[in-house]
Design a protein. Structure first.
Length: 159
């Protein structure tokens, strides 16, 4: 299953990449995360590995997730592999320079442990979560900049 969403951020691409590429910043925008701890490497980058505790489904127990950087092309692209023993998701962030602004596209390629019949429901939920998280990610920039941020989240097929 593939889900993709994008957002425009009023910051230069290098700054956005530095923020997006550090999983410790994910706690600022992803309400499902409980903790992020780096276990391999020093700081974000190729081969970096993290143990993440998250709660992907409301009303269900927290899960520990292995989170590994599998592709790194600053400041254009970063890819993660997430595996919590039930679901495996490859998360790709692609960044584009919009003349001082940055377009961030998040693409999730998920192999879910849920029954196939329920996967369309999960796909819709993942799409909503990504859109919400991208909006929160923009809000997370506020401590780092003196301007208010304007953003728009759109499906990947939109202009």
């Amino acid at each position: 299953m593939n889900v993709e969403r994008s957002v425009a951020i009023d910051r230069p691409v290098d700054e956005v990449f530095a923020f997006v590429s550090d999983p410790k910043n994910d706690l600022r925008w992803c309400h499902k995360l409980v903790s992020v701890e780096q276990v391999v490497g020093e700081g974000p980058g190729p081969g970096g590995r993290y143990v993440v505790v998250h709660k992907p489904v409301p009303g269900r127990p927290e899960r520990e997730m292995a989170y590994e950087c599998v592709a790194w092309d600053p400041p254009r692209r970063i890819e993660w592999r997430e595996d919590d023993g039930t679901d495996v998701i490859r998360v790709t962030y692609e960044l584009g320079n919009l003349g001082g602004r940055t377009r961030v596209t998040q693409r999730d390629d998920a192999e879910l442990g849920a029954p196939r019949l329920l996967q369309p429901l999960f796909k819709a939920g993942i799409g909503r979560d990504i859109a919400r998280q991208l909006g929160r990610r923009v809000a997370g920039w506020r401590p780092f900049c003196s301007v208010s941020l304007a953003f728009r989240v759109w499906p990947a097929s939109a202009p």
